[in-house]
Design a protein around this ligand. Structure first.
Ligand SMILES: [Zn+2]
Length: 331
């Protein structure tokens, strides 16, 4: 092949890939998601344990009296370029307040953080301060809390495999691994109170955990990053798994080590949305790093025993026992 032919071939290949990624794939993924929405609760019986997915791996769990929030991330600094350039960022307190009000949260028992990357942890300190919650996580997470001006009495270090309680919730941090493709970067720990504005890359991972949250009505596993520590979850039980699907490597193995290990049949997908977009816009699948089509193909073909769905942003999802009334959302 001549040089010109090779060049022409490359140009055509790049154009096809760009059209696919920018145009066709998002449309296909949107159709796929629309077929797999998690049924939304239309009536909330008092005392029923329910969840709300709040973008990325942010989840609220509440029984109406007591509530915990995992990985809150409302600020969502916009655009990929500022991230690539490692520009300064800080929690947007007005936006956080507005979202807490929108979902009816003025008090939380605890804020739990799976790892300290900015898309899981940057708002955790402010949310804990605004809701009077304890912030529970690694040393790195607690330094984010200190930077947010949190009272030292509200900081609780999570010791791996040592259960702790928050209201009726029994919480256990189980060592896990970050999804592999990025190498878990930025690595290392946040060793001092993190003053803001800070840079994206200042939010160092600080270790990654799967969080098992048991409530008298149901057990929930929050798995924020798509890596796993082989065998770490065997022998535990969860009814529902909130499963992070950004950068999934080997899907069958991932399902086996995280979902099957805890005997869950219900899987709610998280971290599938494009988090460099504001939470006020309808969630879109994250280009490149999230690929929902092979995931649903695999589940349909090989795992019909699993109920896998995509939560609707901020919609109440029935988790616990109670007179549940479920209905598909209108849109
Ligand atoms: Zn991460």
């Amino acid at each position: 092949m001549t040089f010109k032919r090779i060049l022409a071939f490359l140009v055509v290949a790049i154009v096809i890939a760009a059209v696919w990624l920018v145009g066709l794939r998002p449309q296909r993924d949107a159709r796929l998601i629309a077929r797999h929405w998690t049924p939304e609760l239309t009536t909330l019986a008092p005392g029923t344990l329910f969840a709300r997915w709040l973008g990325t791996s942010a989840v609220l769990l509440s029984d109406g009296q007591h509530a915990v929030m995992i990985d809150p991330f409302f600020t969502r600094p916009e655009g990929l370029l500022p991230l690539v350039l490692n520009r300064p960022i800080e929690p947007d307190e007005a936006r956080i307040r507005a979202w807490l009000e929108r979902i009816g949260v003025d008090r939380l028992d605890a804020v739990l953080v799976s790892h300290s990357h900015y898309d899981h942890a940057m708002d955790a300190g402010v949310v804990a301060r605004l809701t009077g919650a304890r912030l529970i996580g690694t040393r790195s997470t607690l330094n984010i809390g200190r930077g947010a001006g949190l009272d030292p009495a509200q900081l609780q270090l999570a010791t791996p495999l040592e259960p702790l309680t928050a209201g009726p919730f029994r919480i256990e941090f189980i060592p896990s691994r970050h999804a592999g493709a990025t190498g878990g970067r930025p690595l290392g720990n946040i060793d001092a109170p993190l003053a803001v504005p800070a840079h994206y890359m200042d939010y160092r991972q600080g270790g990654t955990y799967s969080i098992l949250i048991q409530h008298p009505q149901a057990s929930v596993l929050h798995h924020g990053s798509a890596g796993f520590e082989p065998g770490a979850l065997r022998g535990r039980h969860a009814d529902v798994v909130f499963l992070g699907v950004a950068l999934v490597g080997n899907l069958p193995r991932y399902l086996d080590e995280v979902v099957d290990a805890v005997g869950a049949r219900r899987v709610l997908l998280t971290h599938w949305d494009n988090f460099v977009q504001s939470l006020e816009q309808p969630p879109q699948p994250m280009p490149v790093v999230v690929n929902l089509s092979p995931l649903f193909d695999y589940v349909e073909r090989h795992r019909p025993d699993l109920d896998v769905s995509v939560p609707v942003l901020a919609a109440p999802i029935g988790i616990g026992a109670g007179p549940l009334s479920a209905e598909m959302p209108a849109s």
